[in-house]
Design a protein around this ligand. Structure first.
Ligand SMILES: CC(C)(COP(=O)(O)OP(=O)(O)OC[C@H]1O[C@@H](n2cnc3c(N)ncnc32)[C@H](O)[C@@H]1OP(=O)(O)O)[C@@H](O)C(=O)NCCC(=O)NCCS
Length: 153
């Protein structure tokens, strides 16, 4: 059995038990390395967002969130993969699973703020840099976006 056969992906809207595991992963992967505390994890629009979580043996090992801004577009954010699983294809699986769901829901454009060191990852998935780099959480970022084609059939 490969690593990924043991990992299941599920969507959540708001579920306190699941969100606790997701917040812990977001803290460990996205905030703690920058010196931020757990109080810096939540975004004001988390409760209105779609959460896609990857689980392995009951633990959250990957996540990506989507905040709908209109019926047609929104922001992908808080993309994180557990360090031991990075570069094994889980990030790609999370983003493509999210995009498939969004296409079906009628979403046609996804944008995001990519940390400069992660822009290559989003580039591999078809996201393009828009405009000039900017600073966020003390590090350089690029605005990136992708147009989603309507599902076939
Ligand atoms: C960035 C991150 C989400 C990518 O997820 P991942 O599971 O490691 O990536 P995958 O293994 O699915 O990689 C998919 C492709 O992107 C490439 N890739 C992954 N990370 C990359 C990076 N930082 N820079 C350039 N390319 C990258 C992979 O080589 C792979 O290429 P392929 O098309 O040749 O197969 C993950 O490494 C992570 O959580 N990093 C720390 C947190 C972070 O930076 N999050 C993003 C905030 S904007």
């Amino acid at each position: 059995m490969t690593t990924h056969q043991r990992i299941t992906l599920r969507f959540f809207t708001h579920d306190d038990a699941e969100i606790a595991g997701e917040r812990e992963l977001r803290f460990r992967v996205l905030r703690e390395p920058l010196g931020y505390g757990r109080d810096a994890v939540a975004f004001p629009f988390d409760d209105e967002s779609l959460h896609l979580l990857a689980h392995e043996a009951g633990r959250v090992v990957g996540c990506v969130l989507y905040h709908p801004e209109t019926a047609l577009q929104g922001r992908l954010y808080q993309m994180a993969v557990s360090p031991a699983l990075q570069r094994s294809g889980l990030g790609r699986r999370l983003v493509t699973t999210l995009e498939d769901r969004l296409r079906t829901d009628g979403v046609r454009r996804v944008h995001l703020h990519a940390r400069a060191h992660a822009a290559g990852f989003y580039g591999r998935l078809g996201y393009q840099i828009e405009g000039e780099p900017f600073d966020e959480v003390g590090m350089p970022h690029h605005a990136m976006a992708k147009t989603l084609q309507a599902p076939i059939g």
